[in-house]
Design a protein around this ligand. Sequence first.
Ligand code: FAD
Length: 531
Amino acid sequence: MAKPHVLCAYTILLYIISNFVSSIPTKSTTPWKNTSLCSFQYETLHPEIATKLFQDTTSIITASSDFGQLIHEYPSAVFHPSTISDITHLVKSSYTASTPFKIAARGRGHSVRGQAMAKDGVVVEMSSLVNSRIRVCGCEHLGFYVDVGGEDFWIDVLRTTMEYALAPVSWTDYLYLTVGGTLSNAGISGQAFLHGPQISNIIEIDVITGKGDFMTCSKTINSELFYGVLGGLGQFGIITRARIVLQKAPTRVREIRMIYDDFATFTKDQENLISLNHGPDYVEGSLIIKKSPANNWRSSFFSIDDESKINLLACKHGIVYSLEVVKYYDESNIKTIDEELDNMFNGLSFESGYIFMKDVAFVDFLNRVRTEEMKLGSEGFWEINNHPWLNLFFPKSTILDFNQRVLVEIIKKENRSTGPFLIYPMNRKKWDYRTSAVIPDEDDEDIFYTVGLLHSARNVEDSKILNDQNKKILLLCDEIGIKIKQYLPQYYITKEEWRNHFGIKWNAFEEKKAKYDPKRILSPGQNIFFG
Ligand code: FAD
């Protein structure tokens, strides 16, 4: 990103003062210029903080856009902190002002519906904290961990820890996301069945609360805030550091895909695999339908011949399912890896002749989506498209209904988007119920599923159609009793809907908001607390 030009403290203070004292709105063609800074209590802003607030076009446009490209909310200013204490001062300035202003931390802005935006408030560009703060620590006896900044990208965490032959255990499919951004949600991928989401693998965090207090928290110190922030959608504090569990990293992986024409068999095999001792290290799955072929922007795993063969099968059945399994290995089990895989796949019921294998370096496997992204290159597929994604969790007991009513009768039949469409199981016991993350209520079911409908739309009309389809799916699930929970929630408008989403966690969530961000300053783009 181009560095914004720095306005000197004097200019910005003059600007703030002039806006503060003037009630005459300035006429401008740029929409954010119509929002004045008068809500800023300039007298509470330290001059040094004021120099780090920007209103240049690049800063404002960036902060009012995200990966979804579906909505744009303009902040009054964008804050480029150099240090953690800059952020503390900013939050404190808002908290102590007679009219507090909203503040949103922005990681990479890879949300899809404005979750990191702050209408008329201040967006904190976490990427301005440029000095890498990634430090690997620990010992064989007590275990290893890495301290990282909330602004750090997971790819940088991976690269640094690999220098020590260590790595975190739980990932997202794409690594160009920030630690603070994914920990505010949960952070899931094919390793979550085994290790839990990323938020299950955090030892300690530093947080700046909505009062501007800097607090270190863990399972034993300030534990209420610790669990609240993990999966807390940015509502209680800005994460400035996370201490993440590390394990010995493998060097290579075997990546295997198996194709199924029957959904019940596909999910039964997924569930068998995740229940094995010494089984796979990663399990996901996806749909292959006419418009969403075997290879896509998320993965070009298959050779041209294999892809044609699979797409033909998909044409014949209308829909087929791809089970994705990965087994890690290194020098210690290089001789037995084939045997381990044979044992693991014994008894699986994929289509005969439809098993495909690749052998790749561990880092390349984890960074696979970026590799695909780079292939798209200057065509700018990601930038020019809107992304009306829908990510859901739903109970295992309803997967057959979900497949028939949603995947077959809506996604396949309407055939509106190229996806990809992901579906894979999770182990409930790997999720810590004390975190703010929300999963299906069915306590008696060990397994629940996640589905990711990762749509791209070329234009506003297509985007609207897909958005309507998402709403139709949510409504249908409600009507036929599939008790879904939205992951990366975005379709709730009323307090009642948020209350339903959080279920038994709602009261505690609301109480924590009152305690740690009583003036409702933080992460307004999530639209949970109004006013
Ligand atoms: P942003 O979009 O910048 O912020 C998200 C929210 O977190 C906002 O409310 C923001 O205010 C808050 N926030 C940001 N930084 C902090 C901080 N330091 N402290 C407190 N709050 C903060 N998710 C998965 O779980 N698994 C996946 O495999 C996965 N793959 C993805 C692939 C792509 C291509 C994309 C676009 C998204 C994917 N996601 C996935 C979703 C992603 O994890 C979330 O959208 C995440 O929030 C994005 O991180 P970010 O750094 O861009 O956060």
